[in-house]
Design a protein. Structure first.
Length: 312
């Protein structure tokens, strides 16, 4: 049973959620202060991000199972509900427990960040609630993921909120107030675009199946050829805004670290586009795209640490 739940939460995707939040958190520590208090807060923020990702993964599988979208012809991994290992009732309970954990951990983190700012406290609690609702409605209810809005959702929640949110929370906890810095704005676009690349690879893999199930993702709407151009565009956004953030607020030479960190994502993007007509080969690139995003995030954490040690 444990193995079934591990498969259901998709551990590899949690690496992306954790590292995206870590980038925003390290920016918050960079501009704020490093103490036992802020380090604990950072860990709570990252844990909240991971829990929200688990909610999203479970809810997506629940919605797909209810709609019969994951059939026998599925190219992607076989989930526990599809195989009959877990029932829809068990999955609903798992979603409920994970939401409860996310609410508790997230509320503690928000409270630690904004105990001195009631307006910001209310806004971040609201954003937390919106994040949970968005995770649930991706394939359940209005199922906006079936209408081609998944890319926008990922960009907002995995890019803007995942990077800007932790930076603001840690800055405010360091008595700097609700401040957003230029590199945070540029970097959230870069991280958001790279996160969308992960979703898009999965959608390129599932084009044929999604057409049959009426799932109108961006990949389905664009078709294979244009979906490849869109994937290249997402990588260019990731590259340009990442380097712009570094040049604007850090040291130009540190762009070398970022360029090295972007190599795995570049190679994966090239292979995915090159094999766009073969869903089985595209499917293999999902793991490598996740790894590429993680490497880019780690490169940014290294840049922030190097900058902190050498120039502050």
């Amino acid at each position: 049973m444990f193995d079934l739940w591990v498969n259901e939460i998709r551990p590899k995707t949690l690496l992306l959620a954790a590292s995206n939040c870590a980038v925003g958190s390290f920016l918050g520590l960079y501009y704020g202060e490093i103490s036992a208090y802020t380090i604990v807060l950072m860990l709570l923020i990252i844990l909240t991000g991971v829990l929200l990702q688990i909610v999203s993964n479970l809810a997506n599988d629940y919605g797909d199972a209810c709609k019969g979208a994951d059939g026998a012809a599925r190219i992607g991994p076989i989930r526990a509900v599809m195989s009959g290992g877990l029932s829809l009732t068990q999955l609903r309970k798992g979603i409920g427990v994970t939401i409860l954990l996310a609410v508790v951990v997230g509320a503690i983190a928000v409270g630690m960040s904004f105990f001195n700012n009631i307006n910001a406290l209310a806004w971040f609690l609201f954003l937390g609630a919106v994040s949970i609702v968005a995770a649930l409605l991706y394939t359940v209810g209005m199922a906006y993921g079936y209408k081609g809005l998944g890319d926008l959702s990922v960009f907002i929640f995995f890019g803007i909120l995942a990077v800007v949110g932790p930076q603001i929370m840690l800055s405010n906890a360091s008595d700097l107030g609700v401040a957003v810095y230029p590199d945070t704005v540029l970097l959230c676009i870069s991280v958001g675009a790279s996160s969308v690349m992960v979703l898009h690879v999965a959608n390129m893999r599932d084009i044929d199946e999604d057409v049959l199930n009426g799932k109108k993702t961006i990949a389905v709407r664009l078709g294979r050829r244009m979906a490849g151009f869109y994937h290249a565009f997402l990588f260019i956004l990731t590259l340009v805004f990442s380097l712009a953030a570094c040049c604007l607020s850090h040291r130009v030479w540190e762009c070398v670290i970022l360029l090295v960190g972007l190599i795995p994502l570049l190679l994966s993007a090239f292979r995915a586009i090159n094999h766009i007509k073969d869903p089985l080969l595209v499917a293999k690139e999902l793991k490598h795209t996740l790894i590429g995003c993680f490497c880019h995030n780690v490169a940014w954490i290294i840049v922030i640490c190097v900058d902190f040690v050498l120039y502050i």
